[in-house]
Write a protein that binds this ligand. Sequence first.
Ligand code: ACM
Length: 515
Amino acid sequence: MYQTLMFSIITMLLLSACNTKEPIPMDLNEKHLIPKPSKVEATGSSFEITAATTIFYEEGKDDVKGMAQFLADFLQPATGMALAVEATATKPAGGIYLHFSALEGTNETYTLELNENLIDISASGEAGLFYAIQTLRQLLPASIEATSKQDTMWLLPSGKIEDSPNYTYRGAMLDVSRHFFQVQDVKKFIDYISMYKMNKLHLHLSDDQGWRIEIKSWPKLTAIGGSTEVGGGEGGFYTQEEYKDIVAYAKKRQITIIPEIDMPGHTNAALAAYPELNCDNKARELYTGTKVGFSTFCTDKEVVYEFIDDVIRELAAMTTGEYIHIGGDESHVTPLEDYIPFINRVQKIVEKYGKKVIGWDEIAHAELLPNTLVQWWAKADNAKKGIAQGAKVLVSPATKVYLDMQYDSTTHLGLHWAAYIEVDSAYIWNPATMVDGIKRDDIIGVESPLWSETITNLDEIEYMMFPRIIGHAEIGWTEASQQNWEDYRLRLAHQKERMEILGIDFYKSPLVDWD
Ligand code: ACM
């Protein structure tokens, strides 16, 4: 009896000694994070996520609880582990701990502190917690992106990361008008840009080739205007319920949807649906080509403003963000003396429904309301006209961030009217020094538009956005002084495995050593 007891005790001691594993040394600086964080201090050890790891959240904070659950849900497929999510009133000794703390910066600022026992995630707001989780994601092996259980150790290097974005507006645009994309594709697009800490998705919801958002008071917009697309395909549109679902999905990933109704030009789909929007009261033919600049609302008809009022009212009611985009680009058949009062009046309609205006750079010809943003895509002089009126600039130069521009002359998709944009060209530029007269303080941020004249499905979206969008995300997030092409191209190469596991069809630029 005594011998059996002694034997059991010795066996238990031996087993527990074996279970107390020495931490595995790891170097946080070798993690090749994108966007590059503000500050990284490596401490040479590691934390292992196991089935016993609990994700703790600060008691009484629903936002923190939501993020803790989001992390648990993210980790589950590849690890095969459903980690416990628990409230705590005090800092735990071990596990993953998410909490708020008053950090200097904005609600996007976060710190991530890892040692052998604890991953401590703090931020002043929900957004910061979300970005800490995106960083944590890149600290894990790329196989964390898999959708089925992977056999690996889930190790993260120890150390401390302090991080905060340079620009508050870091966005992408998807043109769902020239070709229509289903809700599930838009959600994928949201997943992709949120991985790299972008926070705005501008949806180009109307153009000559298609009207893509249900407006209940003007049902023919979608019934007729949404019925085709470039090339004559069947087109499509989002019901208001679907649009709200996209808005909610994006919000959970800290992304604000910016809806655009382009006007007074780029309006053929509406002009085909409602003859009264034309000066001659004749409905236009639906258009499935790719020319621009031929359509315009009849800017001196009252019914046009009644129409816009209804559209903006319904759109504003479904939009949680502060901005509505009114287009304003390439209105080549709208005389400037009609264009200016039109933009002036439409801004007031947007303001009436509690939203602020964004418009393409041409709108700077009008009298801008105090909070209107000018999106510089073509003419720096227009952006400067906006700045002279006190406006901030959203930087989207076609020569640098238009994702529909071809990489080089061999790219089988896209266009090249602005430039060929290789991966280095997309990265090596600074919004705040690109032209004289547009300075850091004039700029709210950066946005990368993907126009879809030649883009018909998610694979093609992925090929044109990846990997350039990753560089644009870094330009928006990371201080310009910390950006360096030689360093970036090494970090970018390390995104390859992650993109492959995610099933992203990306352009393997010869400028990057992917192996
Ligand atoms: C634009 O590319 N027409 C804004």
